[in-house]
Ligand binder design. Structure first.
Ligand code: FDA
Length: 305
């Protein structure tokens, strides 16, 4: 049953008419549990609250699968506004974004131009930018854009997904760039031809790449809510004498908040991935797919409207 629900929500997450409709109706169905607001101003207030508790943030400008240049330009402007707001308010926050929101599906030229505009602003305000990883179809193109930009800018990282078979090779290939990478399990619906279908294989591969990337001496963001992976990382860093400056934990806004605070209190860097914007639908559906129990929030959201 859980798998059926998961597939159902992942199917809904890529539905374009629903995405467009959701943008016009504001944060609905309990989505505000996972999304910090629709405007930069609302996001700034949330970041301040998280920073006051000692938590770092990566602010995610929601948006994905954009199919026209004008919209890609508007999301670029929104990312620049977010970077300026982080800098001008002295917030402890990075920026996360998706290349399909900046024109990846239109042309490499457009996405590179938009990324350079964002990275120029981010350099001026000393903000680090992480390119989220989307579906398998875009993985190669995303890494090509990342390696091109990494040769031009220092303040850029990306994400590697443990569920893909290609991941170990990607970690090896990227090592020459000494990249700051966020490592995750992977959130999209992928075929067994390209991704491990079984959770235990994904978990094993996750541990393998955490170890590889840390022992290569690279900065590693372990992004998970899974205690088994967190414990594995803590044992690994202790065993190899890896300093707390070389890694951090990341979790999503609204998920396992107590655990986030606990890890911070234990002296680990804890970063909260905090999305904002009107394009919340796909992100919200993927969170429901990860944990169908969250559907109760949707039901409550509908009833209270
Ligand atoms: P798993 O799914 O095994 O969950 C472990 C436990 O965590 C669950 O038993 C439950 O207790 C709790 N939990 C997990 N998800 C929950 C939810 N939605 N609601 C409530 N509790 C939940 N993916 C991707 O493909 N590209 C990307 O760029 C990113 N970026 C990213 C950033 C950050 C900071 C995080 C934390 C995650 C991502 N992801 C991602 C998503 C990632 O790939 C993965 O889908 C989720 O993190 C869920 O996997 P876990 O590692 O948390 O473990």
């Amino acid at each position: 049953m859980e798998k059926v629900m998961r597939d159902f929500f992942l199917f809904l997450s890529s539905n374009k008419p629903m995405t467009k409709a959701a943008k016009q109706y504001g944060l609905k169905f309990g989505a505000n549990r996972f999304v910090a607001g629709e405007t930069v101003e609302q996001a700034v207030e949330t970041i301040k609250e998280l920073n006051d508790e000692g938590l770092c943030v990566t602010l995610d400008c929601l948006g994905e699968f954009v199919d026209n240049e004008q919209e890609a330009g508007e999301i670029t402007d929104l990312c620049i506004d977010a970077v300026r707001a982080i800098g001008l308010n002295n917030l402890d926050s990075e920026l996360s974004l998706k290349l399909t929101s900046l024109g990846l599906d239109l042309s490499e030229e457009i996405v590179l131009e938009n990324m350079r505009r964002i990275l120029d602003a981010a350099t001026e305000h000393n903000v680090f930018v992480t390119i989220d990883m989307e579906d398998y179809e875009r993985c190669g193109k995303t890494l090509a854009v990342f390696t091109q930009l990494k040769s031009e800018y220092n303040n850029i990282g990306t994400v590697i997904q443990a569920y893909l078979y290609r991941t170990e090779e990607d970690i090896k290939m990227l090592n020459e760039y000494s990249p700051n990478l966020r490592l995750v399990k992977g959130a999209y619906k992928e075929s067994p031809e390209v991704a491990f279908p079984e959770k235990r294989d994904v978990d094993e591969n996750f541990k393998k790449i955490i170890k590889m990337h840390l022992l290569n001496g690279n900065y590693t963001a372990v992004a998970t809510h899974d205690d088994a992976i967190i414990d594995y990382t803590l044992n690994l860093v202790e065993e190899h004498g890896i300093s707390k400056d070389q890694f951090e934990f990341q979790m999503l806004y609204g998920i396992r908040e107590e655990r986030q605070r606990e890890l911070h209190k234990q002296g680990y860097k804890m970063r909260v991935y905090t999305p904002f914007g009107t394009d919340w639908y796909g992100y919200f559906m993927r969170r429901l797919a990860e944990r169908p129990q969250n559907v109760a929030f949707v039901a409550k959201g509908i009833i209270s409207k």
